[in-house]
Design a protein around this ligand. Structure first.
Ligand SMILES: Nc1ncnc2c1ncn2[C@@H]1O[C@H](COP(=O)(O)OP(=O)(O)OP(=O)(O)O)[C@@H](O)[C@H]1O
Length: 454
């Protein structure tokens, strides 16, 4: 979706206030002057109330206050920049907010959470935010914003691709032809200083870019047929391969019968150095042997993607320098709930469903925070967080589980066998992320070999 059409130069300002309430007043004034059907009096209290319930601070000096309102338009964005910074309660180390992205969404806007997630993805790129803050005039700021949200964001450091990288991409094409591959997959994060420029021959294949930096609209503009955005960061050459393929399978980008030629390298090294051919059927053999469709019918691919993203980040980053483990149980909620008991008071109790959906970018931090609780997260297939800190109890299935599993992994395997759910386990001891379906394990983050991973 192109979001740039919801921006306007009139609603892009340099803020005068030094606090959030004042900044919101300025932004609302700019918004309501044009859209008379917006009930101005209700907007500020609504936004402040949301802020008090749950922060809309996203990190990198960016806040994204948002509210559903009665209006004819689907969305209205208003952007305020403050070079001096706005003080904001709850931020650590005297951090300040420098960019306030106000989003008003009409009551009928169905893709609200996706829009919030798209904005959050973009402003997680610290270099992009820095560029916005440094842009000289408000006209420049508006132009940068509309081009970024329109998907025509030109990288400021665009340089030509090196001859070795071009050679690797051409060789990938030859290998793909010789090995009868269906797709060529390029790990885009390998290159730091230039975008991947696939040779013309890539068009003969389904070409897919896997990248952390993928932005809304990339698919329309890029020469790749599809883009899979991954969230976690690892220095392994193809560390994101399995989770990206799993996402690709659930989204229908790949078929289980596909053979794929992958080109990659160490992220940020600017050098492709690895070419591998992967047969998806072999890679996901254990899971696919059971049933062709690995996804439970009530779980949306987007929700699984988000859960895997959060799980990978937890496994790589841990929490406050310490490794953490957790268990996410996804889908078939009624049956799952009949096999769980609360270990603590449910922290999600009492919140509106929209405010406790894992697709909301504001839930990331909350989920990571609660990952330190004993027990599991129970998540409905549409992403609504039902509970955290739940003990899974499936006694009749325990004896049929593979031996050697710790209690958390055993619980994940058991609940996936006893119900139609997916269980995603982050191991605190090995950092491994494992997806369970029907009691079968699919490890996503491979254990490193002698300190290095492929
Ligand atoms: N039945 C269960 N339901 C939900 N959570 C559980 C269950 N059993 C154990 N856990 C959680 O798993 C945690 C770790 O248990 P254990 O070390 O035995 O598991 P593990 O599979 O070896 O996982 P890890 O690799 O993270 O250590 C427990 O502290 C608890 O929070």
């Amino acid at each position: 979706m192109r979001l740039d059409r919801y921006f306007s130069r009139r609603r892009t300002l340099d803020l005068e206030s030094d606090n959030l309430e004042g900044a919101l007043k300025e932004l609302l004034k700019a918004s309501t002057s044009r859209f008379k059907d917006l009930e101005r009096k209700k907007l500020l209290p609504g936004l402040m109330q949301r802020e008090n319930t749950m922060t809309t601070y996203l990190g990198n000096g960016v806040a994204l206050p948002h509210l559903r309102v009665k209006m004819r338009r689907k969305y209205v964005f208003a952007i305020g920049r403050s070079r001096e910074g706005i003080s904001y309660e709850g931020l650590k180390n005297q951090e300040k907010v420098h960019l306030v992205v106000l989003l008003l969404a009409g009551e009928g806007a169905r893709d609200y959470l996706n829009v919030l997630a798209a904005v959050a993805r973009l402003v997680k790129d610290a270099a992009f935010v820095d560029m916005l803050l440094k842009s000289e005039s408000v006209d420049d700021l508006h132009e940068q914003l509309t081009s970024a949200f329109g998907g025509i964001f030109a990288s400021p450091r665009k340089t030509r691709q090196s001859s070795i990288n071009r050679l690797m991409l051409r060789q990938a094409m030859r290998v793909a032809k010789g090995a009868h591959c269906d797709s060529i997959v390029v790990f885009g994060d390998t290159l730091l200083s230039s975008p991947v420029e696939p040779p013309a021959g890539f068009k003969e294949f389904k070409s897919v870019l896997i990248s952390r930096r993928a932005k809304e609209g990339d698919v329309e503009d890029a020469t790749f047929g599809d883009v899979i955005q991954v969230r976690s960061f690892s220095h392994g050459r193809l560390a994101q391969m399995r989770s990206a393929f799993l996402v690709g399978l659930t989204r229908g980008v790949f078929k289980t019968s596909d053979k794929i030629c992958c080109v990659g390298g160490i992220p940020g090294s600017d050098q492709f150095d690895t070419l591998v051919v992967i047969d998806l059927k072999d890679e996901f053999q254990a899971l696919l042997a059971e049933r062709d469709n690995f996804m439970p019918s009530d779980v949306s691919a987007e929700v699984l993607e988000r859960v895997i993203g959060v799980a990978m980040e937890l496994s790589i980053e841990g929490r406050e320098g310490k490794p953490v483990g957790t268990l996410f149980v996804l889908g078939d909620t009624k049956k799952v709930e009949s096999m769980t008991k609360p270990l603590v008071l449910n922290p999600f109790y009492g919140y509106k469903e929209e405010d406790r959906n894992i697709l909301s970018p504001f839930m990331d931090e909350t989920v990571k925070e609660f990952s330190s609780l004993d027990g599991a997260f129970i998540i409905r297939g549409d992403g609504v967080l039902i509970s955290a800190g739940s003990l899974i109890h499936t006694p009749e299935f325990d004896q049929s589980l593979p031996s050697g599993l710790g209690a958390r992994h055993a619980a994940g395997a058991a609940i996936s066998l006893a119900t139609g759910c997916l269980a995603v386990v982050v191991s605190s001891s090995s950092g491994q992320v494992t997806v369970f379906r029907n009691g079968i394990a699919l490890p996503l983050v491979e254990r490193s070999l002698g300190g290095k991973s492929l």
